[in-house]
Design a protein around this ligand. Structure first.
Ligand code: ZN
Ligand code: ZN
Length: 361
């Protein structure tokens, strides 16, 4: 039995209880978590914005130590420090093998709908985004456990698993920010802060952060923002003013709302690029006139997991952390236990704070 935060029904509060976790089967590893970040997608899974079979253990941003390996697992042994990849690619489908775009793998989230453990009452339990890291231990496919290079504290490394891969990838792989480009980042949560740090690394300037909360200004500036705007009806205009009347070269939307996507697009220059990182619901709509699409010649791009190949990008990110160029600790505004997750969800809904990090003993 291990302790976990269980989503018993969509919209229900999380139940902090014990679950019955099996030993790893063929091709699986069992990981004892050191830390797990609370991501906005967990909130979306818990309230039905994104679909998730229940009961489930959510949490998909985690790092820990391998404690057992299943039959046929090569390259992992007990004691290995790992970061979890919430979208482990199969290596064989059209997107993996032919296109070399593993973030679009057709089977990346196949694990979400397959029970991985049992509740203490013996009911099937599902793993949120195949990872289920809101628990002391989890069982995942071996290919989802990425070796963590030396020199990165295991607790902070959890953030690499979602926020940092996503933010870094949005800047480097999707928007391909170049030195000196004006970049606007919408939404200063965990992913937004990682995006700001990554844009600073890419040499962006000015680097404009936009959020609804005045309280996040210091966090944003620490992550590299040169300007901070409270979201309003004039945000796009304000961004043009800060960019010599031209508009941002790049906007990165980390909120997932129709209105914010529209503002992000409006805030870019003619020919500017907007990358949407935020995960919105089906009901969120964005409208464009045919004329403006022609006239502004801007692009709007979706971005899954930062368009990263986590196995390739993780060592690079670990290097940046070791060199002190990427500050994982600066993303974290709260360190909590499993029982702190409901309050962390409330804080996210209210737009407060950066990343809340569940730290296990
Ligand atoms: Zn996430
Ligand atoms: Zn695949």
């Amino acid at each position: 039995m291990v302790r976990a935060a269980v989503l018993t029904a969509v919209g229900a509060p999380l139940d902090i209880t014990e679950i019955d976790l099996p030993e790893p089967g063929p091709g699986q590893v069992r990981v004892r978590l050191a830390a797990a970040g609370v991501c906005h997608s967990d909130l979306s899974l818990s309230n039905g914005t994104l679909s998730q079979p229940v009961p489930a253990v959510l949490g998909h941003e985690g790092a820990g130590t391998v404690v057992a390996v299943g039959e046929g697992v090569e390259g992992h042994s007990p004691g290995d420090r790992v970061v979890l990849n919430w979208a482990p690619s199969c290596g064989e489908c059209h997107f993996c093998a032919e296109l070399c775009e593993p973030w679009l793998c057709m089977k990346a989230n196949a694990g979400t709908t397959v029970p991985y453990a049992r509740t203490k009452e013996g009911e099937d339990l599902y793993p949120g985004l195949s990872s289920a890291v809101f628990a002391e231990e989890t069982v995942v496919p071996a290919r989802a456990a990425l070796p963590l290079p030396e020199g990165v504290p295991l607790t902070d490394a959890a953030l690499l698993g979602c926020a940092v891969l996503t933010g870094y990838g949005a800047v480097h792989h999707s928007a391909r920010v170049r030195t000196g480009e004006a970049v606007a980042v919408f939404g200063v949560g965990g992913v937004g802060l990682a995006t700001l740090q990554s844009a600073r690394l890419a040499g962006a300037g000015p680097l404009i952060a936009v959020d609804v909360s005045p309280e996040k200004e210091e966090l944003a500036r620490t992550a590299g923002a040169t300007d901070y705007l409270i979201a309003s009806g004039t945000t796009a205009k304000d961004i043009r003013k800060l960019t010599g009347g031209i508009g941002a070269d790049v906007a990165i939307e980390c909120v997932g709302r129709g209105e914010t996507i529209r503002t992000a697009w409006n805030s870019t220059r003619r020919g500017g690029r907007t990358t949407v990182v935020g995960v919105g619901g089906k009901q969120e709509q964005v409208q464009f006139s045919a004329l403006e699409l022609f006239h502004f010649a801007r692009t709007l791009t979706g971005c899954v997991y930062g368009n990263c190949d986590p196995a390739q990008d993780l060592p690079l990110l670990a290097g940046l952390v070791r060199e002190g160029r990427l500050d994982l600790g600066a993303l974290v505004t709260e360190r909590i236990g499993l029982d702190g997750i409901p309050a962390a969800f409330d804080a996210m809904l209210a737009g407060r704070g950066g990343r809340a990090l569940v730290v296990f003993d």
